[in-house]
Write a protein that binds this ligand. Structure first.
Ligand code: HPA
Length: 277
């Protein structure tokens, strides 16, 4: 399969660039890229150099794979800084190329972060919420098409798509840092337009606490590959119609950047614990 060969080429490139062999991967959502500064011994590989990754259609910063260590070299870690969204025009399969590369590199525990709108009124702007489950309303699934049996089964189970075990470790870590962590169900929309207030009322009715435009395809691909997933959403805004004003992307990004310090603190303490678990 051509795809397998491309992945191997990327694995070889990463293997030549660093001796680190991380078992944990992190995907950083919009405005949350600051975490890579916390890594030591970091090697940065632009997505453009990784075969199997789609060619970026976005102008400006397309993203990079950063491999480094936390805790004075104790914990090797692979970070995807920047992700591919369906709303940019990528196929479902293209949006999960990063997750598949991480798996091929040996990553078995995956932390997905994202910005999200809050539907649950218990979540204040800036809250961090552990994703307990999702509702995929993107009209797309990254596993559509021929199944590569070497990666996973045709019909993967999604009963515990987000690991209860990793969530418990996260809650415990947050408690020690005085960072309160909520839990909630994430509804994924295609975007790129934000939701209408009627759509938000619908999403509330069907049991969603959060809404966003990413994360679920990666979670599906990771479950297909047998990886353990932890999802952490940063509530950047009240969902459409629940707050006073309109939704503006630059404000969503600004809040994500403001919260990113709290997320970095959580991740730097949480990841070594996950590594040892
Ligand atoms: N809707 C969809 N995606 C988002 C939102 C939202 O309100 N906030 C951040 N990402």
């Amino acid at each position: 399969m051509a795809r397998r060969k491309e992945t191997q080429t990327a694995v070889d490139l990463v293997g030549a660039a660093t001796p680190l062999r991380p078992e944990i991967g992190v995907v950083l959502g919009s405005g949350l890229g600051g975490f890579t500064q916390a890594l030591d011994n970091a090697v940065r590989i632009p997505y453009a150099e990784l075969s199997g990754f789609p060619v970026s259609t976005a102008t400006g910063h397309a993203g990079e794979l950063v491999i480094g260590t936390l805790m004075g070299g104790q914990t090797p870690l692979a970070v995807l800084s920047g992700r591919f969204h369906l709303y940019e025009g990528y196929t479902g399969e293209e949006t999960v190329s990063g997750v598949r590369l991480l798996h091929a590199l040996g990553v078995r525990k995956l932390v997905l972060t994202c910005a999200a709108g809050g539907l649950n009124l218990d979540f204040a702007q800036g809250a961090l919420v552990l994703i307990s489950d999702h509702i995929n309303l993107q009209g797309s699934n990254p596993l559509v098409g021929e199944n590569d049996e070497t990666l996973g089964s045709r019909f993967p189970d999604m009963t515990e798509a987000y690991s209860n075990r990793l969530r418990r470790i996260a809650v415990d870590t947050g408690r020690g840092l005085n960072i309160s962590l909520h839990e909630g169900v994430y509804a994924a929309m295609l975007g790129p337009s934000y939701e209408t207030p009627a759509e938000i009322r619908f999403l509330k009715t069907i049991g969603a606490d959060l809404v966003g435009m990413s994360t679920v395809a990666e979670t599906i691909a990771a479950n297909h590959l047998g990886m353990e997933v932890l999802g952490i959403a940063c509530v950047t805004n009240l969902a459409a119609g629940l707050g006073a004003g309109k939704l503006i992307h630059s404000e969503v990004l600004e809040i994500a950047q403001r919260v990113s310090g709290k997320l970095v603190e959580l991740l730097t303490n949480l990841i070594p614990r996950i590594a040892g678990s």
